[in-house]
Write a protein of this length. Structure first.
Length: 170
């Protein structure tokens, strides 16, 4: 006797049978997704990491944003497929290009999981070094691999003087 026959015997009402079968399908599908995430099976180990660049156009436009990409990794550790789940086109192009270059340790199974990339600005504590030279803009990347990446770039420094240049004319 198979599972569906047992369920059918248990459910005399056909609508009850449909509800039970729907629940079983949802549970089965959830189990396969759960097994491919950090909750079930450990995610693959990143061997080669390439960080997405902060797009110049987004930087110049002072844009921040978040992308979510779905990545499929083969048993050999190579990236088979990367698709955008959500995100602004300014960022997604750079994220997809970077993720396609990732390499993972080989394993016994394929993996499918989401990678979230956040693009943010931060303000430097000061705009010049002790010797008066300007601080060069920098981008800092931090990550909890393989699922979360933070790309932060400095805001442009604006020097504000408290003296009025007209006052100093003679």
């Amino acid at each position: 006797m198979n599972v569906f026959h047992s369920v059918r015997m248990f459910c005399h009402d056909k609508w009850m049978l449909i509800k039970v079968l729907t629940c079983l399908l949802v549970i089965a599908h959830s189990g396969s997704i759960w097994a491919q995430t950090a909750g079930g099976v450990p995610l693959p180990q990143v061997v080669t990491f390439v960080a997405p660049a902060y797009p110049r156009l987004a930087n110049d436009s002072r844009m921040t944003g978040t992308t979510v990409s779905r990545i499929r990794v083969g048993k050999d550790g190579g990236v088979i497929e990367v698709n955008t789940v959500s995100g602004h086109p300014f960022f997604t192009k750079y994220v997809l290009a970077a993720l396609k270059q990732w390499k993972f340790a080989p394993s016994q199974q394929e993996y499918i999981f989401d990678v979230t990339c956040r693009f943010e600005f931060y303000s430097p504590e000061k705009c010049s070094r002790e010797d008066g030279q300007p601080i060069t803009p920098e981008t800092v990347v931090s990550a909890t691999l393989p699922t979360d990446i933070l790309i932060r770039t400095t805001e442009k420094c604006i020097t504000i003087t408290t003296s009025d240049p007209v006052e100093h004319r003679q």
